[in-house]
Design a protein around this ligand. Structure first.
Ligand SMILES: Cc1cc2nc3c(=O)[nH]c(=O)nc-3n(C[C@H](O)[C@H](O)[C@H](O)COP(=O)(O)OP(=O)(O)OC[C@H]3O[C@@H](n4cnc5c(N)ncnc54)[C@H](O)[C@@H]3O)c2cc1C
Length: 116
């Protein structure tokens, strides 16, 4: 960490806590708790993500739906593609979804009539 930058960041943050407003990031004032009781340790963090949540939405039958929520005929999805965790990854929730949606999609798929 760069000590000057860290020190200035903490000073600004603590002032924001005192004023009960966060003009930098718009944090909820309930979360504005001052950092004023050392010792503290600072480490550099990098945003990373091991998953690619999101993609085409599906309904409860695992049919892929269009932007209006209408099923696209004969198109199913399972697993992380179209995951319902797309809006917020819930750590450790993917594999259960893979198993459930795989089974649901496969059941509906094999029950379909072949195309003429
Ligand atoms: C490091 C790490 C740790 C994780 N830990 C957990 C955990 O603890 N608990 C948990 O629940 N989840 C965890 N996950 C997430 C979980 O592993 C995944 O969500 C899950 O494996 C996704 O399975 P999937 O079958 O949907 O997709 P994938 O496993 O990604 O399978 C997709 C397959 O499609 C193939 N493919 C891609 N494009 C094509 C193409 N054009 N043609 C043919 N094949 C194609 C790919 O090669 C791949 O084999 C973790 C993921 C990572 C990366």
């Amino acid at each position: 960490m760069q000590p000057d930058v860290l020190s200035s960041t903490i000073t600004t943050y603590n002032a924001n806590c005192k004023n009960r407003v966060d003009p930098e990031f718009g944090r909820d004032q309930k979360t504005l708790v001052p950092l004023d009781t050392p010792p503290y340790y600072a480490v550099k963090l990098h945003p990373t993500m091991v998953n690619t949540q999101g993609g085409p939405r599906r309904n409860s039958r695992c049919q892929v739906v269009d932007p209006n929520g209408q099923p696209i005929p004969r198109l199913y999805s399972a697993g992380e593609l179209g995951s319902f965790w797309g809006w917020m990854y819930n750590g450790g929730g993917n594999n259960a979804e893979c198993l459930c949606t795989g089974q649901i999609a496969a059941r509906n798929l094999v029950a379909m009539k072949p195309m003429a």
